[in-house]
Design a protein around this ligand. Structure first.
Ligand code: TRP
Length: 332
């Protein structure tokens, strides 16, 4: 079948994913039907900010692969691989660095922001590698000649950077080697954490994608509801309630009636949580099943990453041949 185009996307292996990431992954899962897909666990990117805390990276890479597979990414359809196993990313990054004006990197909005943010935590990331982060990301994408990049809105400046770089390369060497990739934003539902803040492992308010049914039930039970509601018959305020927010995402059909029952004090928080849990269970049942399958087969995981890297390398090698030719580093 002819594919609609080529996709690259990646995630930094920063630890287990949570159920908020599921909508991102489900979007990737849909895209694998239409596009030629490359999905990279970008461990070099992890080093740009965590070069001094590398101990957990290898384990996090494995956790990420399991999370991806349990969400439904299919190694028969997509190349799933570790960035550092495809050295072409690094060569392209190096070659691109020769043509990238420093000012382009310095004006990427996340650059100064992150230096300030992490500076507040006592961390100095004013390194060459961190400055070059968008360049590495552009290499990740362009090494596969990807034309479509599913990302979150926060990554848009990086995609714009990638497009400018592709244009500059093509112009400098009078070629059309590189496409100008487009970001593809998906409708992502913003799930709050169990305490109502942004869901994040570091806040301890997340529901891990790898959590088992019992654990998820406990996490739902611990969700914060309307603090003004003490008795079941007290009128509730759904708009301040985390459980209601979950209802709005996982139980849209019953939402108006749940709102009515809550506001009139006709449904208790425990019962309301129970319906959220049941809906979550429906969504997560296939995820649990796939995880069980892969967890029992560690050798399959190794194969998936090996094959993924090999597929990725084949495409990347062709791109590099063309790039070396353009930049006078090809041939014998
Ligand atoms: N920068 C992305 C993030 O932090 C991860 C990433 C690295 C990426 N390389 C990429 C995403 C290439 C899309 C394409 O989320």
């Amino acid at each position: 079948m002819d594919k609609a185009g080529i996709i690259f996307s990646g995630m930094r292996p920063t630890g287990r994913l949570h159920i908020g990431h599921l909508s991102v992954l489900q979007n990737w899962v849909r895209l694998q039907e239409e596009y030629r897909c490359f999905f990279g666990i970008v461990n070099w990117h992890a080093l740009t900010t965590s070069f001094d805390e590398v101990r957990e990276i290898p384990e996090n890479v494995k956790l990420m692969l399991l999370d991806w597979l349990s969400a439904g990414l299919d190694p028969q359809k997509s190349a799933l691989f570790i960035q550092s196993q495809v050295k072409e990313h690094a060569e392209l990054h190096l070659l691109f660095s020769m043509i990238t004006p420093l000012s382009w990197l310095e004006r990427v909005p996340t650059y100064k922001d992150q230096i300030v943010q992490l500076g507040k935590q006592g961390k100095d990331i004013t390194t060459y590698g961190f400055l070059g982060y968008p360049l590495l990301m552009a290499a990740d994408i362009l090494v596969y000649l990807a034309d479509t990049v599913p990302v979150g809105e926060d990554q848009l400046p990086h995609i714009e950077f990638c497009r400018e770089l592709a244009r500059r390369f093509n112009h400098l060497y009078q070629t059309d080697v590189f496409p100008e990739p487009q970001a593809r934003l998906a409708k992502i539902s913003m799930l709050p954490g169990t305490d109502g803040r942004k869901m994040s492992k570091s806040y301890g308010n997340d529901i891990a994608l790898s959590a088992d049914p019992k654990e998820i039930q406990e996490r739902v039970r611990s969700m914060i509801t309307d603090p003004a509601r003490i008795r079941k018959t007290d009128p509730g305020h759904p708009d301040v309630c985390v459980v209601y927010k979950y209802q709005s995402i996982y139980n849209e059909d019953e939402l108006p009636s749940i709102r009515g029952f809550c506001e009139k004090g006709q449904i208790g928080c425990t019962d309301c949580k129970k319906t959220v849990w049941e809906k979550l269970e429906q969504v997560l049942a296939p995820v649990w099943e796939r995880r069980k399958f892969y967890e029992a087969r560690p050798e399959v995981l190794t194969d998936i990453l090996m094959n993924g890297a090999e597929t990725a390398r084949k495409t990347a090698a062709k791109t590099l041949e063309a790039v070396r030719e353009c930049m006078g580093t090809g041939g014998a």
